[in-house]
Design a protein around this ligand. Structure first.
Ligand code: PRP
Ligand code: MN
Ligand code: MG
Length: 181
């Protein structure tokens, strides 16, 4: 398929497995938000693939909006202090919001983001994340829709990057050590 797939030490989730999981999550979301006007909030840039596939799978009326966030400081995101690079265009007052993320690692991004969106008067703020790394959690985040719990390894593809590369891989894979060592 894609030649950059040679930088993976293994494929963790195939595009078929991802597709099936997103369909499964969509059926749950449809049941939970029936009759509502849902707002999907995608977190740039990692969530673009999940957002695109989830939104098209959902048989619900919905709106899509985007945020871009970044940690303060250089490199590490362990502080949990987040800065908004691009804010939502939507007014959240009374809205049913579903944050769409590719991965929960430490949990710090989503923990901050949920509190931030709740403070804007949303009727509800829930989270859908394709991937979660339980062994990397620094803060517990209540996530209603989780695709896969995965080992604490460096994963890329399907939106997830290493140094802004590999986002366009169709599978999720473990990055081979030779790439970053
Ligand atoms: C990644 C990922 C999540 C976040 C998870 O985003 O897409 O948004 O980190 O990490 P956490 O649970 O430890 O907070 P990143 O900051 O790399 O930006 P990107 O989405 O543009 O790649
Ligand atoms: Mn991200
Ligand atoms: Mg990233």
């Amino acid at each position: 398929s894609n030649e950059i797939a040679g930088d993976l030490s293994k494929v963790l989730l195939t595009q078929q497995e991802i597709h099936d999981k997103i369909a499964e999550l969509s059926r749950r979301i449809e049941a939970d938000y029936e009759g509502e006007n849902l707002l999907l909030v995608g977190v740039l840039k990692g969530a673009v693939m999940v957002m695109a596939d989830l939104a098209r799978e959902l048989k619900l009326p919905l709106n899509m909006d985007w945020m871009a966030v970044s940690s303060y400081g250089s490199g590490t995101k362990s502080s949990g202090v987040v800065r908004i690079l691009k804010d939502l265009d939507s007014d959240l007052t009374g809205r049913k919001v579903l944050i769409v993320e590719d991965i929960i690692d430490s949990g710090l991004t989503l923990s901050w983001l949920r509190a931030n969106l709740e403070s804007r008067g949303a009727a509800s703020v829930e989270i859908c994340a394709l991937l979660r790394k339980p062994d990397a959690a620094k803060v517990e985040v209540d996530v209603r829709y989780v695709g896969f719990d995965i080992p604490n390894e460096f994963v890329v593809g399907y939106g997830l990057d290493y140094a802004e590369k590999y986002r366009n891989l169709r599978d999720v894979g473990v990055l081979a050590p030779h790439v970053y060592s």
